[in-house]
Write a protein that binds this ligand. Structure first.
Ligand SMILES: [Zn+2]
Length: 220
């Protein structure tokens, strides 16, 4: 089953705003690790569990550690992540990085969002290290997200950094909160896209991108 959620322009966040958000989220947590562990212990009790039984004794510690890792994108900023890896280059052909594995957490249930991102841009004098595109996806994925915002944040970050002729981001993902609970629809995929510049304005460019991400490489 395919759910098509088109996020075109619905959640456009300016790069300045993204930077602001990054700074504000880098503030030190007002809650201690011990308090977080206590909260997990309370959750276990609420589930009818015995947090003191052997198998659960270290669970609060492990859950807090896992959650901190899964939201470590709050502690990162674009500047730090890029570390100057933006280069001047006279290329003007589409650059596409496809099938970037994505592991995020939905902000409504703190349950996994698993998927793939495809990111393309058409340079306008500046290019970025290819691995950095995956790192940008990872930074935003490691926060509490909704898929539409994640898609827009990746597109806006690249737009802000490179001022390219166009940027396109498509994310295909499955949401565990829909698969394991709620409507319980395994195999449903949500597709979101954000198109800017030439990808928004020129149907041929957009079609080329869509064809490229649909094509399955033969060496798979
Ligand atoms: Zn959810």
């Amino acid at each position: 089953m395919l759910f098509y959620v088109n996020s075109l322009m619905t959640l456009s966040i300016s790069p300045e705003e993204i930077r602001k958000q990054t700074i504000s989220t880098q503030a030190k947590s007002p809650v201690s690790e011990e308090e977080m562990r206590q909260a997990v212990r309370t959750l276990l009790l609420g589930m009818g569990e015995d947090p003191d039984r052997e198998g659960l004794r270290d669970t609060p510690k492990r859950v807090v550690k896992a959650l901190k890792f899964l939201t470590s994108g709050y502690q990162q900023s674009l500047d730090e992540l890029l570390n100057g890896a933006v280069f001047h280059e006279n290329a003007n052909e589409m650059v596409l990085v496809r099938d970037i594995d994505l592991f995020s957490s939905c902000e409504h249930h703190i349950l996994p969002i698993l998927g793939r991102a495809h990111v393309a841009y058409i340079p306008n004098g500046k290019v970025i290290g290819l691995s950095k595109i995956a790192r940008i996806c990872e930074m935003y994925a490691r926060r509490l997200q909704v898929q539409e915002r994640l898609t827009a944040q990746i597109a806006d970050a690249i737009q802000g950094l490179l001022k390219p002729q166009g940027v396109a981001v498509v994310i295909e993902a499955t949401h565990m909160c829909m698969v394991m609970r709620g409507v319980q629809k395994p195999g449903s995929w949500t597709v979101t896209s954000s198109m800017q510049g030439l990808f928004a304005d020129d149907a041929k460019t957009r079609q080329e991108f869509m064809d490229l991400i649909r094509h399955r490489p033969s060496f798979h």
